[in-house]
Design a protein around this ligand. Sequence first.
Ligand SMILES: Cc1ncc(COP(=O)(O)O)c(C=O)c1O
Length: 419
Amino acid sequence: MKDIFDKIKTNLGPIGEHAKESHGYFTFPKLEGDINPHMKFRGREMLNWSLNNYLGLANHPEVRKTDADAAANYGLGLPMGARMMSGNSDYHEQLEKELSAYVQKEDTILCNFGYQAMVSAIDALVDRRDVIVYDAESHACILDGVRLHMGKRFVFKHNDIEDCEKQLERATRLAETTGGGILVITEGVFGMRGDQGKLKEIIELKKKFNFRLFVDDAHGIGTMGPNGGGTGEEQNCQEGVDIYFGTFAKSFALIGGFISSTKEIITYLRYNMRSQIFAKSLPMPLVVGALKRLELMRKHPEYRNKLWDIARALQKGLVEAGFDIGVTNTMVTPVYMRGSIPEATNMVIDLRENFGVFCSMVVYPVVPKGMIILRLIPTAVHTMEDVKYTIECFSKIKDKLYGGEYAAERIREGFAQQL
Ligand SMILES: Cc1ncc(COP(=O)(O)O)c(C=O)c1O
């Protein structure tokens, strides 16, 4: 028999196996200072494109003051217990009401973490007779929710409506024998490629199939749609989104999440979502802080407009400079390049150390071997100078990459000694 600890010692997992060389630099980096496009990394100022502070609210003076006042007034503990038992408050209910209006749904349940909310809502909504149909590139929280499902699941190729239809045909045949229903799950904005889920087309399929649609709009809330009400609002089909999920971890620059739907469904979730029934409710400063952020989102469409100005300028500039940014049709900006993992790490070290630009790098096994993605997240607090400087830097590192300058192991090895 094996000792679990022995197994773990020899297998740290696909990302963990690189921990020795990457910890503190590529993984678990420490960005210091106020949340802004310019932050310190290992003592040096960096132009930072790696945070989902889309609307720039994290360091907004009114937000900072509200957060500080709420912490002083209520402390971080209040209310104690789960919502159902002893953790409810007028502010929690007010936030739920205001969020419902913002995303055009009847009712909302606040959740203490976005990730848990998705996992747990999927778990609560389906039973073993039901069938789940979901997008192949769904976020880990959807996959984990699906893993809890005791019935059948069918996955459709990413954003491929033809395949979605095929899977719905299979799901329908099966559900007719089990006596269950069908839940389709996808995302509003896919955080890696930046493409929108084809919500409108999926909703069109309701004419042919009987199913309910659950949308994870973690990146879309606050950024998409004329009022920031999300990707359903953007595609003018929010009515067809039966269950809507948003997180506070991105545009809101906070923590927590919410699910919105009809009164009936939300009442069911309040009494059946295990992650909320058996866990502490959101602390008051987070709830009061979320109310302030929502007020600012509604009052200041110019923040969203500025985000989009920056995103468009960045994407236009990158394409004009010959970069491949794939199929993004949102602010998420992936830059695709080709090279080995050592080349990618050399390039990112150069970008950080010599150009002072910080962004996330994605390589195998997250994407196919030989592909490098540098992922840029524009925000309302970036400037056009930041955009211009970044495109200049990217052009230089691209020339170096394809000129073979990052091929030498010694750059990485020499640098590793300093880590
Ligand atoms: C698409 C998507 N869904 C869910 C989550 C989880 O949200 P949270 O960070 O609030 O747990 C994230 C990441 O934050 C995400 O990108």
